[in-house]
Design a binder for this molecule. Structure first.
Ligand code: NAD
Length: 379
């Protein structure tokens, strides 16, 4: 049973799908692991580190993929990569399938069994496989670091002989996995932190981290959490009330970090151009939702925009990839935990249980067909 780890081909991707630690674990399951040369370089992992863990280094992607039963990736394979995948192989990656139905169909056509890690159910058994959480947590941390770096001042209150520096005020909008870590990080750095969300459950979480909660707590708010634990899209009326409440607060903030998302919908617009206009020069907005349309009207994907009134709006892409060593380490562990369930340990071979709820939730393609219920009709 051969496992291939090709280098990521998307220009900005710095992560890698296996680390020496997970290579060792796969070897322990009786697998042979082949890593394309340089695959771990951006994450600080050298070919020699993989070799020391028992992997073989391949000179090219084609060489790495030859004869592979399992292919581990961070991103969905590109068209040219798909052409090089061995028929019948399992490909495990974040597949980003929405809006990319043609690429999902291409994976089926190539006769590979593709698994989308981001569809892993958020149940206790699969927590260790939850790439959304492992990566969002790091994005939340990094958002504060990026915000602090753009902010030309210190975050904690400092009483010095030369005078007192006031603590920075940080407002976190959206308190899911990323938002909670942003709050915790901002608190550790000494900022005065407030946060908002539309899900009532977040109030206690925010307060337990020592931050203050701010939200329109009306009847709609009480119903805003779906059975799956996610936020609903709020009504126009609620959004207007929310904007009214947050507008005066945002004007007083030094750093605003936005992380608000609604599954399957564009990110809610929470910061208008007028709100940005009301902020002090030198203040910073970090928009973690920029890849999904942005929470701030003026955010530009991949850019740090400075507005006419001197507000910086940070729209970095692939924020977990800005901490490649840590994000690769956690992502690789998520992948190992899932792939391990697809292997018969006694026989040391692939044995996918297609009735397992984790497999059912994540499998996009099988035996040349698109099988995931969200995509099979459209393919
Ligand atoms: P997400 O990335 O989908 O959204 C981020 C946050 O934005 C959410 O808290 C959401 O409520 C908020 N939001 C949406 N619209 C908003 C608006 N208009 N204004 C303000 N905030 C808004 O969320 P996530 O980080 O994936 O977490 C979603 C839920 O899943 C949470 O309850 C989390 O605790 C839970 N979760 C459970 C597990 C598990 O049990 N294994 C793992 C991870 C997350």
């Amino acid at each position: 049973m051969r496992i291939a780890v090709p280098a990521e081909t998307q220009g900005a991707e710095t992560r890698v799908a296996a680390t020496p630690e997970t290579v060792r674990k796969f070897k322990g399951l009786g697998a042979e692991v082949v890593v394309e040369t340089g695959a771990g370089k951006a994450s600080g992992i050298l070919d020699a580190d993989y070799e020391a863990a028992g992997a073989t280094i391949a000179k090219t992607a084609a060489e790495a993929l030859a004869g592979a039963a399992i292919v581990l990736k961070v991103r969905r394979p590109s068209e040219s990569e798909i052409a090089g995948l061995p028929a019948g192989a399992l490909v495990v990656a974040t597949m980003d399938p929405y809006g990319n139905e043609a690429q999902v169909a291409a994976l089926a056509k190539a006769n590979v069994d593709a698994f989308a890690m981001e569809f892993m159910p958020r149940i206790t058994r699969a927590q260790v496989m939850d790439v959304l959480s492992s990566q969002a947590n790091l994005a939340g941390y990094r958002a504060v670091i990026d915000g602090a770096a753009e902010y030309g001042r210190a975050l904690p209150m400092m009483m010095t002989a030369a005078g007192t520096v006031p603590a920075a005020k940080i407002f976190v909008m959206g308190v899911g996995v990323a938002g909670l870590q942003a709050i915790a990080t901002a608190r550790r750095l000494g900022a005065i932190v407030t946060a908002t969300d539309v899900r009532p459950a977040t109030k206690e979480q925010v307060e337990s981290l020592g931050a203050k909660f701010l939200a329109v707590e009306d009847e709609e708010f009480k119903q805003a959490q779906t059975a799956g634990g996610y936020a609903k899209e709020m009504s126009k009326e609620y959004q207007a009330k929310q904007a009214e409440l947050t507008a005066s607060h945002i004007a007083k903030q030094d750093i605003v970090i936005t992380t608000a998302l609604i599954p399957g919908r564009p990110a809610p617009k929470l910061i208008s151009a007028a709100m940005v206009e009301s902020m002090k020069p030198g203040s910073v907005i970090v928009d973690l939702a920029v890849e999904r349309g942005g929470n701030c009207e003026l955010a530009n994907p991949g850019e740090v925009v400075t507005t006419g009134n001197g507000v910086k709006i940070v729209g970095h892409l692939n924020v977990p990839g800005r901490l490649p060593a840590t994000s690769s380490s956690l992502y690789a562990k998520n992948l190992f935990a899932f792939v391990e369930t697809l292997i018969d340990k006694a026989e040391k071979k692939l044995a996918v249980n297609w009735d397992d709820e984790l497999v059912k939730a994540t499998a996009l393609t099988k035996d040349g067909a698109v099988i995931h219920p969200n995509f099979s009709a459209k393919a």
